[in-house]
Design a protein around this ligand. Structure first.
Ligand SMILES: [Zn+2]
Length: 386
């Protein structure tokens, strides 16, 4: 079954070999042919081959579906009151995670699954066609396992984050918790995860603990990614690069040396910036320009979680990146699509080149520029994904 989508005012392919030759591979007055869920042709409208079916997109812009490479979606409850307190001046230190851990442990599988279904639908309506999600609100083996098992029903991109924070019952026995995460908990979670992550930060896990856990994960086939330099500079970014992590996330306090390391590893390790977290904790945004100018591969993601960034909107993150982080609108879109795909080491998504999956969003706008130019406006008119 093939379908030709025609009358596309602007088609973003992320294939620099077509269209305007920019990283976005922009085509104007374009058409797109999909064959069994895969892009089989892109080009100028008049040249499209015949297909079984035809859809007139009436002058809309079409972009690749967003790839949200960093989210924490398996949880119960919310922390709206903590947000309100923070906006009234209480600083963010990550301590509220324990509130969500208690709620998550107390929830049934059906409640966790229903909440994830709701967020998954919300992501889809926001134009996200691929998303990652982490465990990390269970922090004991059965709850981490069920978090990942439930996550797997919604996405293949599941990440074991037993090392989110040290749970209260291990506060006097950090080493014991690290041993558990890198041992028994990892062993039980491994069948349900593709990635392993550590929150490497003051108040969470130090760089030696992060190394122990990530190396243990890598030894059993999970690929590392990590949270680093969100609240203060540290050694986490360089650890991620050294271990060949797929992504180092936050990077808010990246030093020049960190950025050099990320740039030299740009084919392996992506710098994932999460401006929803700075927005919701009223912190300073990272300067995306430093990463982009150095040549790092940069992704934007939502970091959707009930504490520090409760948004599923990639367009919102892009608008911040453009307004306050030095991105051009084109760079923000690339980072929210192809950049996210790179952070998940996926070649089949994140673009609309021939051979990639036909995952795309139809905008209620004639150009991708409107995503940052019209912040807060629901411009995702339709989402096609397989
Ligand atoms: Zn996170």
């Amino acid at each position: 079954m093939s379908t030709v989508y025609t009358n596309i005012a602007e088609l973003v392919t992320n294939d620099p070999t077509v269209g305007d030759g920019s990283p976005l591979g922009l085509l104007t007055d374009a058409a797109l042919v999909v064959d069994d869920g895969v892009v089989s042709w892109v080009g100028v409208r008049g040249g499209a081959p015949a297909a079984d079916d035809s859809v007139d997109l009436q002058g809309a812009a079409v972009i690749p579906g967003f790839v949200d490479s960093h989210a924490h979606l398996v949880f119960a409850g919310d922390r709206a009151h903590e947000f309100a307190a923070r906006m009234a001046g209480v600083p963010y230190d990550g301590g509220g995670i324990t509130t969500t851990v208690a709620a998550t442990r107390a929830a049934t599988d059906a409640q966790l699954s229903a909440n994830l279904a709701r967020l998954s639908a919300e992501l889809r309506r926001s134009g996200v066609t691929t998303f990652e999600t982490k465990s990390g609100y269970g922090l004991r083996t059965p709850d981490e396992v069920r978090s990942l098992r439930i996550a797997r029903e919604f996405t293949t991109e599941t990440t074991f984050l037993g090392a989110h924070v040290v749970p209260a019952e291990y506060r006097e026995n950090r080493d014991g918790y690290v041993r558990s995460v890198a041992g028994e908990m990892l062993h039980e979670c491994r069948p349900h995860a593709r990635w392993i992550d550590v929150f490497c930060e003051r108040g969470a896990f130090d760089v030696d603990e992060a190394r122990t856990i990530l190396e243990a994960g890598a030894a059993v086939g999970l690929t590392p990614r990590l949270h680093a330099a969100q609240l203060a500079p540290g050694e986490g970014i360089r650890l991620g690069v050294e271990l060949g992590a797929a992504s180092v996330d936050h990077c808010t306090f990246a030093t020049d040396a960190d950025i050099e390391a990320l740039a030299s590893a740009s084919a392996v390790t992506v710098a994932t910036l999460l401006p929803g977290a700075e927005f919701s904790t009223r912190a300073a945004y990272p300067d995306g320009r430093r990463f982009l100018d150095a040549g790092a591969t940069v992704a934007l993601a939502t970091d959707c979680n009930p504490g520090s960034s409760y948004t599923t909107s990639m367009a919102f993150c892009m608008a911040i990146a453009v307004r306050d982080m030095g991105f051009t609108p084109a760079e923000a879109l690339w980072s929210a699509t192809a950049g996210g795909a790179a952070a998940l080491r996926r070649r089949d998504v994140g673009g609309l080149a021939v051979g990639q999956r036909a995952h795309f969003a139809v905008l209620d706008a004639p150009s991708h520029l409107h995503l940052a130019y019209r912040p807060g406006v629901p411009l995702i008119a339709d989402v096609i994904a397989g």
